[in-house]
Design a protein around this ligand. Sequence first.
Ligand code: SAH
Ligand code: SF4
Length: 346
Amino acid sequence: MDREELSAWLETLGEPAFRGDQIFKGLHRHRFFAWNHFTNLPHSLRKQLESTVELRWPEITETIDSEDGSTKHAFRLSDGKQVEGVYMPYRNRTTLCLSSQMGCAMGCTFCATGQMGIVRNLSAGEIVGQVVAMLNAHGHSGVTPVNLVFMGMGEPLHNLENVMKAFRMLTDKEGLGLSPRRITVSTSGLVSGIERLATYAQRPRLALSLNATTDEYRSRIMPVNRVWNLAALADVLTRFPLEKKERVTLEYVLLSGVTDSLEDGRRLARFARAFPSKINLIPFNPHEGSGFEPPSEERISQLCQILSKAGLTVSVRRSRGQDVAGACGQLVRGKHNPGDPGQGSR
Ligand code: SAH
Ligand code: SF4
């Protein structure tokens, strides 16, 4: 429940609405995980809540530290299903990579999550829960800024309602109060979802996984391109109502011999110059049976040169957590045995 829903629910119990604010604050800002932590609530209400409402954040069932300082977590949800998230501490910020769905329906051929299909959407509470559980597990004080990226399992625009509810809860000043500018949803290119996202007054930043520069190749690796092709994407992005200084991130996975030619670089530059953008090149993270290879270092730097010469901002994502299969597109849980972390990409 968001803060308003909590207040309305407290009123149905005959309590004043501000109790909802108190509970929201306790859960999100103080990150309490038991009713007896809520010492500001009347004793009788606390007792009533204790006996009727189970307080539970997603449980971390597995934690794997990577050599680069990031940590992959597996979360068990209330129905026993598991999803994954990654905690990445940097000097001046901490970035959390979140899942929005268990699995994904989009079927991108280079992505381990895509190969498992969709199991279900995550609720807003399960999305917020990943954040709270990771901050708690790492003793994060909330002092250094927190960035959130919806780049774990799932297509966030396929679960937009719950993602937006989680966004409202996470940015609520009575709770964690995260900055909307530090939250990014990454989409494979659902034009209808991008259009819906554009209608929100307060919304997260947008990243598009472009990943190819011709319809022929994009349709081959991303089935969604058969519904919304490159022209449809260019059209929706040029219409997308950006704030001052806001830019759309274009993610571009480099698959050796497939999407990493110098021609690709020039076409990518042309695509990106049509609207305010920045480019994030992601060398492919190999996983078993994918049939794709990462690009050479030489090719990465050639492409960077082409793009920066075209006046574009470009960065290369050295995927964190690769040695623990926590990097982009490596997040996968066994579909038939959600408790078995051994299945999948490792
Ligand atoms: N479904 C959303 C967000 C999750 S995927 C989307 O596709 O945008 C996050 C990013 O990881 C996407 O840019 C995707 O293209 C990239 N990705 C997926 N599999 C990858 C892999 N094996 N190696 C590198 N990047 C990958
Ligand atoms: Fe889904 Fe994104 Fe993976 Fe494509 S890349 S299958 S949209 S998670």
